[in-house]
Design a protein around this ligand. Structure first.
Ligand code: VGL
Ligand code: ZN
Length: 217
């Protein structure tokens, strides 16, 4: 039997319209993701971006502008507004998200000195979140990914998933991107396709994997 996992990346208040690092249309994926969360994937995992108050990815701590790129500890770092600070409302899962359906939640960006876009590893590949081990323990073959943002945390998570050998599908109507530079989302999708990632809609995935669920809804 092929075992399949659903990974929902960073559907948190700060990434929704009105949040500190709002992803345009970020809220529109919630009904799609909630439908996916009803499906009988072998495991359903959520990730949370979860930064300490003075995290190195925040423009505010460097006295620089949001969107600037600097070198931190030898690596490039795009500077963001303060977002997903540990213990704040902005860091919580979106209220309407059916997060009680997650079997596991992984936290990323928790180290003050290094950012982590991927739900698997930080940007310098120094520390793992435990997601890879968790999926291996459950003998997962295939990973289905939705969430925010297509051109950052979804892209980086999917790159690591491929590197770890998971057959990977991005559920495109369950994702929205930032497009800091116009075309970033389209480029991210091209990069993922080149890695052999399948790009599918929620309906296509549901029909293929769980046809009886589609008829029932
Ligand atoms: C993200 C920028 C900074 C994301 C997180 O979830 O895509 N983007 N931190
Ligand atoms: Zn972040």
């Amino acid at each position: 039997m092929i075992k399949r996992a659903l990974l929902v990346v960073d559907v948190q208040n700060d990434f929704l319209p009105g949040g500190a690092l709002a992803v345009p249309g970020g809220d529109t994926i919630i009904p799609v993701v909630n439908q996916l969360l009803e499906l009988p994937f072998d495991v359903r995992v959520g990730s949370r971006d979860y930064h300490p108050r003075h995290h190195c990815s925040f423009a505010s701590i460097w006295g620089k502008n949001v969107g600037e790129c600097i070198i931190v500890d030898g690596g490039e770092q795009i500077l963001w507004p303060d977002h997903c600070v540990q213990g704040t409302k902005g860091s919580e899962f979106a209220l309407e998200l059916h997060y009680s359906r997650f079997h596991k939640v992984v936290y990323k960006g928790v180290d003050i000195a290094i950012d982590s876009y991927s739900a698997f590893f930080d940007n310098q590949k120094r520390r793992s979140t435990g997601l890879g081990d968790y999926l291996s323990q459950h003998a997962i073959d295939e990973l289905y990914v939705a969430g925010l943002a297509t051109d950052y945390c979804v892209l980086y998570s999917v790159q690591d998933a491929r590197a770890l050998g998971f057959k990977t599908t991005v559920i495109i109507d369950g994702c929205r991107g930032i497009d800091l530079r116009a075309g970033d989302v389209d480029r991210a999708i091209d990069v993922m396709r080149d890695l052999g990632v399948h790009i599918k809609t929620a309906e296509e995935v549901t029909l293929k994997l769980f046809p009886s669920n589609l008829l029932a809804s």
